[in-house]
Design a protein around this ligand. Sequence first.
Ligand code: DP6
Length: 353
Amino acid sequence: MPPIESGLSGSVTWKSPSNIAIVKYWGKYGEQLPRNPSVSFTLNNAFTKTSVSYITRPNDGGDIVDSFLFEGKEEPSFALRIENFLKSLIPRLPWLAHVKLKIETENSFPHSSGIASSASGMSALVLCLCDIEENITGQKTNQDEFKRKASFYSRLGSGSACRSIYPYAAIWGEHAKISDSHNEYAIPCIDIDDIFKTLHNDILIVSDKKKSVSSSAGHQLMVDNRFAPARYELANDRMIETLHALKNGDIKLLGNILENEALVLHALMMCSEPSYILMEPETIKLINTIRGFRRDTDLDVFFSLDAGPNIHLMYPDHQKDKVQSWINSELKPMCVDGRIVYDQVGTGPKKLI
Ligand code: DP6
């Protein structure tokens, strides 16, 4: 690394969205490497906005983070996680040892909504870092390389974060039949029908309690899960089916995979040792109501779940009037305080300043 002049300063701001996996990442090894490939939709309204101001300084081995504000307030536990993450990056990004950073970050969605804030949070932070690296070193990369790098470092922060970098949909994890697929970073899923580019993804809030198991602990449960080998094989097969559905606009096939993947994820948690049941009674009621409505109307409305009880309800934009009036009359009353976060598939991160 060429020497870094002290006293250079600047600031950058990025917003980066959360994502919802179609084929789920569940099980990891080594340095945040996935046991199976996954593919996700990039969201739009659920995002993190992060600003990072930097000043270069001689390496004194001290903290990188000078101040950290989450939604305008100091959050020592988040700050510590970020400091540890940044320090872990120094061997790969040695310039980090020569800066002090002021970080301000906020989410567009409520903290307790069960939306994966690590995906949007880590990707927004890493996009700022990649930008700052270019400012400090003067070495500019092209857009594709920039995104690949951002995806690589986001993965080290939180596995699923590496998929948030791309518009519409992203693939992460090696698959023998998907060219350029990689375990260390995600790649864009380009062959995707227009129907999915505006797909709705409304989050029906069933519980706003903190998760009883962290994702990291959840991934760990796969190490001794007797069903793990079969799960990884299934996920590999699902990738091909999913890419086929995305390319051909086959929403019924896609919806079927979405629901099955969500239930397999929860089944894996239920049969882990220790076992976790993360669905609430309302989750099951909602699932049955959604399936009943689909049977009765033949509308393309499907659900997914993350590692929590809240339902992600997906439907195409051209059916939104009918579906949304049903959501308001039937589903809203089943949500905590009638809370729903309305979202859609989106175009990916944006640099704001
Ligand atoms: C159920 O990416 O949150 O949402 O890599 O430990 O940070 P870490 O885990 P995380 O796991 C996400 C799991 C999931 C499925 C998915 O997004 O693919």
